[in-house]
Design a protein around this ligand. Structure first.
Ligand code: GRF
Length: 222
């Protein structure tokens, strides 16, 4: 079985990367992580790639400090695409990649670029979602894996996992509860996309009949 060559873009800790690496080690997983790219040389997640024997590269955003910011962003994103294509990457996962990508990059990878966001989108896009859910008195929180569109934290939803907000939660305790389900949801969604089971129709993901309403994406299996 030819597995889908997948690139993962990170900026930091890389715990979702670790979950993706662990899941794709299973011989029946339809994706393989073939390249890890970081925009920051100090990203801890790079160590996970090295430990797993996976190729990694830094495309250092510090090297792209152009006075014309839009030219710098275009050049940076073109370098990302160059590195991904040189490695034969077919599908790209954003996993804590803390940089807004250009419209050109997003268009180039349309429906082959997915992201995980720590909220139940379309609620709470953007930063500090855990603190904002607490401030709003939300009772349910979670994470979303979606195809990337130019508008940040927007795009057809592939899967979501929900967790309760508990009395006494802090942004940290809530983040930890969400992160545990992120690590289950992201590999499950990558599997779905790599199998061709997450087709975008009219900007919605139509899940195959046997997946529609499947509780496994609400509480994805470990
Ligand atoms: C995760 O919470 C993810 O949802 C968000 O950034 C965080 C990355 O964490 N996009 P890690 O680097 O995967 O540990």
């Amino acid at each position: 079985m030819a597995r889908v060559r997948t690139g993962v873009l990170i900026s930091g800790r890389g715990s979702n990367l670790q979950a993706l690496i662990a899941a794709t080690r299973a011989p029946d997983h339809p994706a393989e992580i073939a390249l890890v790219l970081s925009n920051r040389p100090e990203a801890k997640g790079l160590d996970h790639a090295t430990e797993a024997g996976i190729a990694s590269q830094v495309v250092d955003q510090g090297a792209y400090a152009d006075p014309d910011r839009s030219a710098a962003r275009a050049a940076f994103d073109a370098s990302l695409t160059g590195a991904l294509e040189a490695a034969g990457i077919e599908l790209v996962c954003l996993a804590g990649f803390m940089r807004v990508l250009t419209g050109d990059f997003v268009a180039h990878w349309r429906d082959r670029l997915i992201n995980i966001h720590p909220s139940l989108l379309p609620a709470f896009p953007g930063l500090d979602s855990h603190a904002r859910v607490l401030a709003a008195g939300g009772k349910l929180h979670g994470c979303t894996v979606h195809f990337v569109r130019e508008e940040v934290d927007n795009g057809p939803i592939i899967g979501q996992a929900a967790v309760p907000v508990l009395a006494g939660d802090t942004p940290e305790t809530l983040a930890a509860r969400v992160l545990a389900v992120e690590h289950r949801l992201y590999p499950a969604c990558l599997r779905l996309v790599a199998e061709g089971g997450a087709e975008v129709v009219d900007e919605r993901v139509e899940l195959p009949a046997n997946q529609d309403g499947d509780a496994s994406l609400m509480q994805p299996p470990a």
